[in-house]
Design a protein around this ligand. Sequence first.
Ligand code: NAP
Length: 295
Amino acid sequence: MKLIDGKKISNDKKIEIKNRIEKIKQQTNKIPGLATILVGNNPASQVYINSKIKACESVGIKSFHYNLSKDTSIGNIISLIKSLNNNQEIDGILLQLPLPNNQDAQECINAIDPLKDVDGLHPFNAGLLILAKNWNEILEKNILVSCTPLGIIYMLLHMSNINIEGKTAIVIGRSNLVGKPLSMLLLANNATVTIAHSKTNNLKNLCKNADIIIAAIGKPKFLNKDFIRDKAVIIDVGINKTPDGLCGDVDFDSVKDMDIEITPVPGGVGPMTITMLLENTLKAFKNRNSIKNYM
Ligand code: NAP
């Protein structure tokens, strides 16, 4: 088993982003700004938001944080979003999900200016992703894509020994946040993609035939060696709290002697997700300022 070091790849990417922001600052006298909105005080969400704010500061993105009480109405969240849409210092708006009290967040996401939608969840950006013919078009058009799937693709493309083109890939999970956009990104990179979910039959066989397996299920240690063939690449997106600590969707002990490459939890997909938020904030800044040549 070989580990794919998401922490290292994301740290390298952060240095590159920091350099690009410094260059932008010299040339335009402006810096990108990111607004984060947390509704309520869910401890896990608080930890995620703090990491995002810290990461912004580390690369020179100005962060603006808004903590709303857990009983804030959808209407009031939308009012805040509208005021942030009009704030010229802010290039990206991130609404931390999930919202408390099982409230549906899509109405709030729809209120975000698509140019500031750094999570890529606005229907406009989700549509652009589906319409893109290939990965180059996604890059050239600076399309804002959900951070976790984007981070996974960056990670795969970064590994010189992993080639996505022509490979069979299975994405387990079909959420708007992870599974669906990731399937589109793999397709744009010329993989042959299967999307699996809770009603999929013969999941084991489908996985056994895949070169690349993405587990985005949210069930601790769901995938064991019976699902995986030698030489496969496994991306474990799951973050699950168990009495024994944090773990992914893959049963690490069961696969540790296999000839595979795999992302650890923690230290795999998580750091890439945060770094892609920085990347998307920079992209949003560039799109809003019609800047083409800073990459
Ligand atoms: P989600 O919205 O709950 O989606 C889970 C998906 O898994 C659903 O599509 C569901 O199918 C599918 N599923 C559930 N049980 C299954 C089964 N027995 N067999 C096959 N598929 C099954 O979750 P999400 O937001 O996509 O997140 C997935 C996991 O990734 C969670 O653990 C989350 O914490 C983690 N995550 C990590 C990061 C990171 O940065 N590392 C970012 C985002 C999410 P149905 O659609 O049929 O219900």
